[in-house]
Design a binder for this molecule. Structure first.
Ligand SMILES: O=c1ccn([C@@H]2O[C@H](COP(=O)(O)OP(=O)(O)O[C@H]3O[C@H](CO)[C@@H](O)[C@H](O)[C@H]3O)[C@@H](O)[C@H]2O)c(=O)[nH]1
Length: 483
């Protein structure tokens, strides 16, 4: 019988759910005393999570998914309210349901709950753990650099409780070697309508956890990881466990994907020469990852002028094709693309909706990736040794882009602060970055290839992330006296 039950509470968007569940799978594989129950929060927006969780349940009987009752997302009369603030209220509204559910589990006996593993957006649920005398751990779906910012926020807030201003000087963020320009901080930190407050309130809870598990690996973010290890020794933060890259390399994050469309993409790639195709894809978060028509046109012009082969995920709506947030953006490519574009690029380029990103990045035809710099996308590209051009759009993506380009030299810069600068990115600027990433002999490409090898080593038996999971298990089991 499994002895230790961990209750995982992921934040219900695909970019958070997949790595959280994958971490649970890895944990179980590494220690068969552990089983996992995942509480699925059910905001009405993200219907495709259900299909994903069903596919995992079938694969992994040691993970049990439990649906909490669906609750509407909070609404606000304030038009500029930050999505982070809405997320915060939503999570708070779920606390009573979570408490009811967890209270029904045995806390003694041969198979009992030994702790909670919370997404960072679910930090308010630490209170549930405290009330039930259960330790809370955090699974941080982003990187150690962003974690540094989060851990720094409460200190900065004590000195200055106002939102950040665009005119503020550079920030010294723990874990970063370079000073961080204010323009690459998450947009919500400038938001006067709840965004800043929500992030600070979340960050203030991080130190109440018994440990923070981070989807990164030591070899990638060496400075940040060393910084946290040292500051943990001085009691400044809980233990940090870099356990990544935690990726779903086999599954399909969107099981609703139209299979015929997937086949079309892969068959087209099969016909392209090695490392000749640039892939453009901007994440899962509905309308946040889409462009207005004028920007889409600049991209089209750049792709056409560059002469490169390309695969462009433009969120087109095809029969049977669903975006995970339920949004479809352009009904028809002709609505936004320059006249005659699709005919002119035929054979050389492909425009698709949802792309099977992992399979695409794994394909030998791919030579570069223009990405919104969501952390899963960055890890996937590093895994497959594909260099990135940074086009960050929302959330912490500007900071990710800054870290990749300036701190680590692992990406080519297009923009580091697109959403702040929000002027059009002109075709010439895009074309220049495409040349930068497709250059087969660039320093960035060499470094990315080397990092790909290190990523694979990190998760193997005896690798840094494998050992970090073992350390987490040891610390966690040690805290459950009679197991
Ligand atoms: O057409 C698509 C688009 C995306 N994906 C997959 O969806 C995931 C996207 O994840 P990510 O790159 O992290 O982007 P988001 O979904 O935007 O992720 C959210 O969560 C991340 C982890 O916390 C943050 O870094 C981001 O800023 C936040 O927007 C990846 O696994 C992709 O392979 C596809 O398979 N096909």
């Amino acid at each position: 019988m499994k002895e230790a039950v961990l209750i995982f509470i992921p934040f219900p968007i695909i970019g958070h759910l997949v790595s959280t569940v994958e971490f649970a799978r890895r944990l179980i594989r590494q220690d068969d005393r552990i089983s996992v129950t995942v509480l699925s929060l059910n905001p009405p927006l993200y219907f495709s999570l259900d299909a994903y969780t069903k596919s995992i349940s079938a694969l992994e009987p040691s993970i049990c998914f439990v649906d909490l009752p669906p609750v509407d997302l909070p609404s606000s009369d304030q038009p500029d309210v930050a999505p982070e603030a809405l997320a915060y209220y939503y999570i708070e509204s779920q606390i009573p349901h979570v408490k009811n559910f967890i209270s029904s589990f045995p806390v003694s006996g041969p198979s009992r709950v030994v702790g909670l593993v919370l997404d960072f957006f679910c930090a308010p649920m630490i209170d549930v753990g405290n009330e039930l005398d259960l330790p809370s751990y955090m699974f941080f779906t982003s990187n150690a650099g962003f974690l540094g910012l989060m851990l720094h926020l409460p200190t900065r807030h004590e000195q200055n409780s106002a939102e950040f201003e665009r005119t503020d000087p550079v920030s010294l963020i723990p874990g970063f070697v370079s000073p961080v320009p204010v323009s690459v901080l998450p947009v919500c930190l400038f938001n006067k309508f709840g965004g800043y407050t929500a992030l600070v309130k979340l960050a203030q809870r991080f130190k109440d956890t018994k440990g923070i598990i981070v989807n990164t690996f030591e070899e990638l973010e060496l400075n940040a990881v060393r910084y946290f290890t040292n500051s943990q020794i001085h009691g400044q933060n809980p233990p940090i466990y870099p356990v990544g890259p935690v990726l779903d390399l086999n599954g399909k994050p969107n099981p609703d994907i139209n299979v015929a469309q997937r086949d079309k993409v892969i068959e087209w790639l099969n016909d392209q020469p090695q490392a000749s195709v640039v892939f453009l894809c901007f994440g899962t978060f509905g309308s946040f990852g889409s462009f207005e028509a004028p920007q889409a046109r600049e991209i089209a012009v750049a792709l056409e002028q560059s002469g490169y082969r390309f695969l462009w995920s433009l969120r087109l709506s095809q029969p049977g094709d669903k975006d995970p947030s339920g949004n479809t953006h352009y009904k028809n490519p002709e609505d936004v693309l320059p006249e005659g574009f699709l005919e002119r690029i035929e054979g050389r380029g492909m425009v698709c909706g949802w792309a099977p990103q992992v399979e695409v990045l794994a394909h030998k035809a791919i030579g570069g990736f223009v990405s919104h710099c969501g952390w899963n996308s960055i890890l996937e590209s590093l895994w497959f040794g594909v260099p990135i051009v940074t086009w960050p759009m929302y959330a912490e993506q500007q900071l990710n882009a800054f870290e990749m380009v300036k701190e680590l030299g692992l990406a080519v810069e297009m923009r580091l602060d697109y959403s702040i600068n929000s002027g059009l990115v002109k075709a010439e600027e895009i074309e220049k970055a495409l040349h930068g990433v497709m250059d087969g002999s660039s320093e960035v490409r060499k470094k990315v290839k080397a990092m790909s090898v290190m990523a694979k080593k990190a998760i193997k038996d005896g690798g840094s992330s494998f050992l970090s999971i073992a350390r987490f298990i040891g610390d966690m089991m040690g805290k459950t006296a009679d197991i």
